[in-house]
Ligand binder design. Sequence first.
Ligand SMILES: [Ca+2]
Ligand SMILES: [Ca+2]
Length: 257
Amino acid sequence: MNATINSTLNPRATSSAPAIFSCRSKASYAAMCLAYVAGALGSVQSAIAVQAVSIDLTGVQIRNATNQTRTSSPNLIDPAFQYSYTIRNANVRGVGGVLGLLYPNPVSLESVISGLGGGAFGTSALINNPTGTIPTTLIDQTLAGSTVQLGVTFAFSANLVTSINAQGVASFVVSSVSITSSSPFLAPGYLQFTSGFVDIATSCIADFDQDGGVTGADVGAFFNDFQQGFDSADVDGSGGIDGSDIGFFFTRFEQGC
Ligand SMILES: [Ca+2]
Ligand SMILES: [Ca+2]
C-alpha cells in the first residue's frame, strides 16, 4: 500500500462507491447469504486468540540519507489473514538546525508531521493479508510535506515500511529520507524518536465488527459495508468489491477467523 500522510490509514473510514449488493436484491447471492446467516447464528464462537508484537522506536532517526531499522526480535508473530497496526506514544524531537529550533522538546509525531505541512497522519489501521501467509508488507507509506519556518522553506520526505518477514519478525524501516532547507546558513537538522512503539497484532476478518467474537452480527456488519461499497469490504484485497469478497469473508467466517 502506498499512501501519503494526507490520507487516512483506516480503511473503514472511507466510502464513496454506490451500493452493489443486497441480500434482498441480488437473487444470485441471496441463497448463499441466507444459508450462511442461518449457519452463522448456529455456530457462534466467543473467543479469538490474539497475538501481538511491538517494535520500540526509541532512538530511531528521520535523517537525511540515513536508513533506520528496528524489529520485534526476538518476538515473532504468526501468519494471519488480518493484522491491526498502531503507532503508539510516538514522540520525536528535533536535533540541530531548523528542526532543533522548532522542536527542542519531545512532541507527538502526528503534530510534527502536521506542523511541517504533511497533513493528518493516521496512526492505526486494520490491514488485510489475503494470502494468510508471511512474509507480508503491512504499511508502505511515503511521508512528504513542506512549510516555511523561520523564513526558510523546509521540505521533507521519507518512506516508512512496516513488514513481517518469513520467520515472523516484524520490522519498521525508515528509508529514502530527504530533508532540505532553502537557507545555506541554516541546516535542516533531523528528527529522533524519544519514545514510541509500532504495535502489530493478529486480527480476525470474520470478527468484522471487532467486538472480540465471531457471531451472526459480523455477517450483518460485513454486508452493511459491502452494500455501502466501503473499502473494508474488499476482504480479498483485490482492489474492488464484488462477489469474490463474499466468498472470501464466509470462508474466513467458517474457519472462525
Ligand atoms: Ca464480532
Ligand atoms: Ca475484493
